[in-house]
Design a protein around this ligand. Structure first.
Ligand SMILES: Nc1ncnc2c1ncn2[C@@H]1O[C@H](COP(=O)(O)OP(=O)(O)O)[C@@H](O)[C@H]1O
Ligand SMILES: [Mg+2]
Length: 350
């Protein structure tokens, strides 16, 4: 009986051809040969990684945000795609523009793909911060594509032609369904180009609820890093919310994960301190509150006691409990006068 085995289908076409030839010649499957060919074929699935050529040094890219790079060992690792996320008006666009501004100051070419704002408006925003971005646009260091409607192929073509070191996408939410987006071949194609060319990229995404751990979305999982911006009331007495920034993820990096307070001033975004400072302020406020409560208690007790002293001394002065000698009368008058004086002092203070 000729027990023919089916030829293994995961083999390459060349390997299959060799196996088929021997099968015809031998009239049966050559298992030893098949195993050998399969072993050789494994190489097909291997990425060509030259471990010797991988740099041991992680090159870090400055963000240009004062007070920020120290939280991530000096900067974003080169070639990373970092998600900048948060609710509207928390400074995501400003953060991204400032990041590009740092690049062009170092003679790096940069591209800003905005899907939400006109280029003119973005340039105006940078002028408000005193950054002369127009000069760099004229010199060809910066390309701003306002209200971009490019296809994936066009975005890749622009990257190929312009050869940027930094790119911003603001924001990714314009792309259809988030869960599809991460897996979409279009985005993966862009991602591959960015990674191949070691371009450092900020991708802005919108969140309605700020940086809670519950609020991760597909974008966050996709990014090499996640920087979350938010606005919060520090405590009930605050009239205005405070802006804070938190690094929730940065691959290859020891991260300072404490939320840090930041301000948007005439120079752009500046990180000014961590929540430790806020905690101190809160503690001071708390201590102050305790002091006020203590004073109120003393005040109440004093009034009760003084009213008692004044009242009883008055009763003695009108000799309600019985006769007093001359000395006793003088002393009780002194007690009464002193009591009244103290009460007046308290009443004046309040
Ligand atoms: N020159 C400025 N000084 C202070 N704050 C500013 C200045 N320009 C813009 N802002 C603040 O920055 C906020 C917008 O930041 P933006 O980066 O556009 O936020 P997002 O992209 O997260 O919506 C505005 O709400 C405004 O309050
Ligand atoms: Mg924005």
């Amino acid at each position: 009986m000729n027990d023919k085995h089916p030829i293994h289908t995961t083999l390459s076409t060349d390997a299959m051809r060799i196996l088929e030839r021997y099968e015809i010649e031998l009239g049966t499957k050559n298992q030893v040969l098949e195993r050998a060919l399969l072993g050789m074929d494994k190489l097909r699935f291997k990425d060509k990684i030259d471990t010797q050529s991988i740099s041991r040094i992680i090159k870090r890219v400055n963000t240009g945000i004062p007070g920020f790079d120290g939280l991530i060992e000096g900067g974003i690792p080169e070639g990373f795609v970092v998600i900048v996320t948060g609710p509207p008006g928390t400074g995501k666009t400003t953060f991204s523009l400032q990041f590009l501004m740092d690049g062009i100051r170092n003679n790096e070419r940069c591209i800003f793909f905005s899907f939400e704002e006109m280029a003119e408006q973005l340039i105006k925003q940078t002028i408000r911060f005193g950054w002369d971005i127009g000069e760099y646009v004229d010199k060809g260091y910066l390309e701003i594509f306002g209200f971009s409607r490019f296809s994936t192929e066009e975005i890749i073509e622009i990257i190929d032609i312009f050869k940027p070191k930094r790119i911003v996408f603001d924001s990714l939410n314009i792309f259809s369904d988030i869960s599809d987006f991460r897996r979409s071949p279009q985005w993966r194609n862009i991602l591959k180009v960015i990674k191949d060319k070691k371009i450092t990229c900020l991708a802005v995404t919108e969140k309605s609820h700020g940086g809670s751990a519950m609020g991760f979305d597909e974008f966050d999982f996709m990014g090499d890093g996640v920087i979350s911006l938010d606005k919060k009331q520090k405590n009930d007495l605050d009239t205005y919310p405070t802006c804070n920034i938190q690094i929730q993820k940065m691959r290859l990096t020891k991260v300072n994960e404490i939320p840090h307070q930041f301000v948007i001033n005439d120079n752009g975004i500046e990180v000014i301190g961590n929540m430790g400072i806020e905690r101190k302020a809160f503690n001071a406020l708390h201590a102050n509150r305790e002091k006020i409560e203590h004073i109120a208690t003393v005040d109440r007790e004093l009034r009760i006691s003084l009213n008692s002293i004044i009242g009883f001394s008055e009763l003695m002065m009108v000799k309600a409990p019985g006769d007093l000698n001359e000395k006793q009368e003088r002393y009780v008058k002194n007690v009464h006068t002193s009591g009244k004086h103290l009460l007046e002092l308290i009443q004046k203070r309040s």
